[in-house]
Design a binder for this molecule. Structure first.
Ligand code: SAM
Length: 197
């Protein structure tokens, strides 16, 4: 992960990017300004598919414009709905999910991800994840409501069965306590299930 310094978003993209190839299926659970969606669309190519969710139409519009700029709009299905309803739109398995929590930078700070819906979406994502597949969660800690969400997400991740999921927490230990952190989840490949203690 050389060259990433303190950039949580790039770090998350690198983590999931390692398991994506042309033809993969990926989900951006929080499209926002479309940077993660663009990264995923580029990674899965024309024969792959990206599903990108946001509760704000304005975020999806920004994302659509960004994709078009790079000629990648055909690879992506934009969905104006909460990620907690992902299972209504996607047929599993999925190779990678990106959750970039919090609010839309430059947008309404009240339209934030919430603990109950985030956890519900993560449960669905875990169920849909291909063996060898990965989930990156960028967790922000500075805004109102962030404390409860970060605790809830971390507690849920910490309880995942180590025989099925590898789980890492990545923190920037030389930054302030309000810096974001990441949770990385990988579903073990089928042949490795039951090996972990
Ligand atoms: N991934 C984005 C990017 O690359 O620019 C940044 C995402 S931004 C930090 C978080 C986004 O989550 C906001 O646009 C917000 O509207 C969206 N959001 C909040 N609750 C949501 C939910 N239940 N389902 C889907 N998106 C949600």
């Amino acid at each position: 992960f050389a060259g990433i310094r303190g950039n949580a978003v790039l770090l998350g993209q690198r983590f999931v990017g390692e398991v994506l190839h042309k033809g993969s299926v990926a989900v951006d659970a929080t499209a926002g300004n479309g940077y993660d969606t663009l990264f995923l669309a580029n990674s899965v190519g024309e024969c792959g598919r990206v599903y990108a969710f946001d509760i704000q139409q304005s975020a999806l519009d920004i994302t659509a414009r960004r994709l078009k700029q790079f000629g990648l709009e055909k690879n992506v299905t934009l969905i104006h709905d909460g990620h907690e309803k992902m299972d209504l739109y996607i047929v599993p398995p999925v190779d990678a999910f990106i959750f970039n929590l919090g609010y839309l930078p430059g947008g309404d700070h009240d339209k934030i991800t919430r603990p109950s819906t985030t956890v519900k979406a993560l449960q669905i994502a875990l169920d849909m994840l291909n063996p060898g597949g990965r989930i990156s969660i960028v967790v922000y800690t500075g805004h109102l409501g962030a404390g409860e969400e970060s605790r809830t997400v971390e507690e849920m991740a910490a309880k995942l069965d180590p025989r099925i999921f590898g789980v890492l927490k990545v923190t920037f230990i030389n930054r302030s306590a309000s810096a974001p952190f990441l949770i990385f989840i990988e579903r073990v490949k089928k042949e490795n299930e039951n090996l972990a203690p």
